[in-house]
Design a protein around this ligand. Structure first.
Ligand SMILES: Cc1cc2nc3c(=O)[nH]c(=O)nc-3n(C[C@H](O)[C@H](O)[C@H](O)COP(=O)(O)OP(=O)(O)OC[C@H]3O[C@@H](n4cnc5c(N)ncnc54)[C@H](O)[C@@H]3O)c2cc1C
Length: 382
C-alpha cells in the first residue's frame, strides 16, 4: 500500500494545475454567466493529453489510468467546476467503446475524442426513467438493415455539441428479465431523426452543455450496436463503476477549490481588529474541511486504483462518489459562510462553487442510489 503519488503522477498533476490556472481561471465567471465554453479550450486540452486520459495510446489517448484521470479532473474542478465538467464530459461514455466496442468502433470513435476534435455524451436518462434506468423506453427496434430508434432523453451532456452519443435503448422489450431488455448504441448526431434542444437555467455547471434529445425514426446500421444485444444494463453498470470514481474526483476538486478560496479570504479579512483566520472558530472550520477533503481524496484514489488494477468494486466506487459529493456540498457551505455576505455575490468565485456542488449528489446515481448499492453489498443476502 502506497499513499504517495509517483513522479509521473505528480508531473501530470502539476501540468493539469498549470493548465487550469492558465486557461480556465480567467474565463470561468463569464462562461458561467453566459452558459458557454470556448470550443478551442477542448482542442488545447486534447493536445496536452488531458481528455479521457484512460483512452489507450493505440487509439490516440494518453494511455493512463483512472487514477491519473481523477488527478487531472480534480485540478480542473478546483479552479472551475463548470469548465471542469465540460472538459470531463467530452469523453463521457467512451468507456463503452473501450470495454465493449469492436476494433472498428474503437478506431473510429476514440481518436477524435482524445485529440479534442470531437465530443460525445452518454444518453441514459429519460423524462420517465431517471434512477430507474431499466425502465428506459427509448426504443431500438430491429429491422432488416439495423435498428430504428424512437423516443426521448433529457439532461444529456453534450446533446447539442457532441458529434456522437452512446444511447441506452430498449431493444428487447419482451425479455422476461428487466435487466436484459436494453442495448447500447452509438448514434451520430448528424443522422436524420436526431434533434437536440439545449437546456438553459441550470443552477450550476452552467458553462457545460446539457440538452433534451429526441429520436424520431432514426435509422441505425447493425454496426451501431456496442457490445452484446440485451446486455446494455450490465454494460451500463460497468460504466457507472468507472464514471462514479471520477465524479468522486469532481467532488474532491470542488471542495479543495472552495477551501482554498476560504483560506485566502480569512487571511485577508479583518474584523474586531484581527484577521478572521486568527479566530479559533475559523481554524476549527478549516481543520474540519481539510480533514474531510483528505478522507474524500483517499477513498477516491482507492476506487480509481482498484479500477486500474482490474479490480472494479461497485461498493468502494459508490462510497467514494457518495462521500466526495457530500464533502463538496458541506465544505462549500462552510467556505461560503467564511466569506460572509460577500460570498453571496457572483463576483466571488465561491458563489459559483456553491451552486455547482449540489449536482454531485444528483447525477451519476443520486446519493440514495449509492446508498442502495453500498447497503446491498454490506448486508449481503438475508
Ligand atoms: C447537470 C446534469 C447533467 C446530467 N447529465 C446527464 C448525462 O449526461 N446523461 C444522462 O443520461 N443523464 C444525465 N443527468 C441526469 C441524472 O443522471 C439524473 O438526474 C439522475 O439519474 C436522477 O434521476 P432523476 O432526475 O429522474 O431523479 P429521480 O430518479 O426521479 O429521483 C428523485 C429522487 O428520488 C430518489 N429515489 C429514486 N428512486 C429511489 C429509490 N429506489 N430509493 C430511494 N430513493 C429513490 C432519488 O434518489 C432522488 O432523490 C444529468 C443531470 C444533471 C442535473
Amino acid at each position: 500500500m502506497d499513499f504517495e503519488l509517483n513522479k509521473k503522477q505528480k508531473d501530470i498533476q502539476k501540468a493539469a494545475r498549470e493548465f487550469a490556472q492558465g486557461e480556465l481561471k480567467d474565463i470561468a465567471r463569464d462562461c458561467d454567466l453566459n452558459e458557454t465554453f470556448p470550443p478551442e479550450l477542448i482542442r488545447k486540452a486534447g493536445e496536452l493529453g488531458f481528455l479521457g486520459a484512460f483512452i489507450p495510446e493505440q487509439y490516440g489517448g494518453a494511455g493512463l489510468g483512472f487514477l491519473e484521470h481523477a488527478i487531472i479532473l480534480e485540478e480542473f474542478w478546483k479552479v472551475d467546476p463548470g469548465l471542469g465538467q465540460q472538459l470531463c464530459s467530452t469523453t463521457f461514455g467512451s468507456e463503452e467503446f473501450i470495454l465493449f466496442g469492436t476494433e472498428e468502433q474503437k478506431q473510429k470513435y476514440l481518436p477524435p475524442l482524445a485529440s479534442g476534435e470531437a465530443m460525445m455524451g452518454f444518453a441514459i436518462t429519460e423524462p420517465d426513467a431517471g434512477s430507474d434506468t431499466s425502465s428506459a423506453s427509448t426504443s431500438a427496434q430491429e429491422t432488416e438493415h439495423g435498428y430504428i430508434m424512437n423516443g426521448s432523453k433529457t439532461m444529456i451532456g453534450n446533446g447539442t455539441v457532441g458529434r456522437y452519443l452512446v444511447v441506452f435503448a430498449l431493444s428487447d422489450p419482451d425479455n422476461e428479465s428487466r435487466a436484459q431488455r436494453h442495448s447500447i448504441f452509438v448514434v451520430e448526431t448528424d443522422t436524420p431523426g436526431y434533434e437536440a434542444t439545449r437546456l438553459h437555467g441550470k443552477m450550476g455547471l452552467r458553462a457545460s452543455d446539457t440538452a433534451s434529445i429526441f429520436f424520431s425514426g432514426l435509422k441505425l446500421p447493425k454496426e451501431a450496436l456496442i457490445g452484446t444485444r440485451g446486455k446494455g444494463f450490465y454494460q451500463l453498470m460497468q460504466f457507472f463503476d468507472r464514471s462514479r470514481a471520477y465524479v468522486a474526483a469532481h467532488g474532491v476538486g470542488l471542495a479543495q477549490g472552495a477551501m482554498d478560496l476560504a483560506i485566502k479570504h480569512v487571511k485577508g479579512r479583518v474584523q474586531f481588529g484581527r484577521k478572521i483566520a486568527s479566530f479559533q472558530a475559523t481554524q476549527f472550520k478549516i481543520a474540519e474541511m481539510a480533514t474531510r477533503i483528505e478522507l474524500a481524496r483517499t477513498l477516491t484514489h482507492k476506487a480509481c486504483s482498484l479500477l486500474d488494477k482490474g479490480k472494479s468494486d461497485s461498493k468502494v466506487t459508490s462510497m467514494a462518489k457518495m462521500n466526495a459529493a457530500r464533502t463538496a456540498v458541506e465544505v462549500v457551505d462552510e467556505a461560503l459562510q467564511l466569506h460572509g455576505g460577500y460570498g453571496y455575490f457572483n463576483d466571488q468565485d465561491v458563489e459559483r462553487f456553491y451552486r455547482a456542488a449540489k449536482v454531485l449528489e444528483l447525477y451519476e446515481g443520486a446519493k440514495e442510489i449509492e446508498k442502495i448499492i453500498i447497503g446491498r453489498h454490506v448486508l449481503g443476502r438475508y
